[in-house]
Design a protein around this ligand. Structure first.
Ligand SMILES: Nc1ncnc2c1ncn2[C@@H]1O[C@H](COP(=O)(O)OP(=O)(O)O)[C@@H](O)[C@H]1O
Ligand SMILES: [Mg+2]
Length: 270
């Protein structure tokens, strides 16, 4: 975190840096998937990570989320150096993420899926088999109460008792966001939350992220559609060939020659 500013012109309420990526590089064999990428994300900020296919978005995400360690550079979560920490440790430190593919227990209700995921986040274990004891029944009731709040936040409470298998993709993806939020993360990584959704579902997902999720924690979302980032995000970061080519106000992306060139001819929604 930056030291408190002595400059009277800058307000003392400047949001703290929640994520700091410092000169991160990642190689897969001879391929440089990321080169010298630096990036700060502040408390409460919604940042869109954009770039054509193969630009390194998922690699940067996975590097932050502890799926693999960077080949170079450092990553800080708040004040803490988290470089190379595995994902289960990062979850305890307040980093939550969703995956492009949603995995649910189809025979359980929506609410029990959320409660089960919360319990697993907290203890690293599945509950099944333990529900016979009174202690775990009470414990599970607490997880359910917390899960229900998260469902309500994403307007899913009416579906709480429905089997998870009955959810259309748009709502299954909202459920994944609700579960991630219920862990009360400091940083939330959303991997293409709108991918695969219809136009209406995608707009609903992004509206809910912008209205209900933004401000609760720092959010980075991967999205290859620049229009979506321009419309919803506070800041845009553009990658191309593993390098950062833009970092700023989303509306300015289209004025940046390098960004336009990166998208020209790719047909990816520039
Ligand atoms: N696990 C991996 N092993 C080898 N190469 C990889 C791996 N993951 C990604 N890459 C390569 O790294 C580059 C960036 O990929 P990726 O981060 O998936 O891009 P994006 O998410 O922006 O489409 C691509 O050339 C891809 O083939
Ligand atoms: Mg990807």
């Amino acid at each position: 975190m930056a030291p408190p500013s002595m400059n009277a012109l800058s307000p003392s309420s400047t949001p703290a840096v929640m994520l700091r990526v410092q000169s991160v590089g990642k190689r897969f064999g001879g391929l440089a998937a990321l080169t010298d990428v630096s990036l700060d994300v502040h408390e409460g900020e919604l940042v869109g990570l954009v770039g054509p296919n193969g630009a390194g978005k998922s690699t940067l995400f996975n590097t932050i989320a502890g799926v693999f360690a960077p080949s170079e550079g450092r990553i800080l979560l708040g004040e803490r150096d988290i470089t190379g920490l595995p994902s289960h440790k990062l979850a305890r430190l307040g980093l939550a993420r969703t995956f492009q593919l949603v995995t649910l227990f189809s025979e359980l209700s929506v609410l029990d899926n959320a409660a089960q995921a919360l319990h697993r986040h907290q203890s690293g274990r599945f509950l099944s088999g333990l529900l016979q004891t009174r202690f775990y029944r009470e414990e599970f009731a607490r997880w359910r109460a917390r899960a229900l709040e998260a469902l309500a936040l994403l307007s899913l409470e009416a579906l709480a008792e429905h089997p998870a298998s009955s959810l259309p993709l748009g709502q299954a993806k909202l459920l994944a966001v609700a579960i991630a939020l219920a862990t009360e993360p400091r940083l939330l990584l959303l991997d293409e939350p709108a991918a695969g959704l219809s136009h209406e579902e995608s707009a609903r997902m992004m509206d809910l992220i912008a209205e209900r999720v933004r401000g609760r924690c720092a959010v980075v979302l991967v999205e290859h559609n620049m229009r979506i980032v321009r419309r919803y995000c506070d800041r845009a970061v553009v990658l191309q060939f593993g390098r950062k080519i833009f970092d700023g106000v989303p509306a300015d992306m289209v004025n940046e020659r390098a960004v336009v060139d990166a998208y020209l001819g790719t047909g990816e929604g520039a």
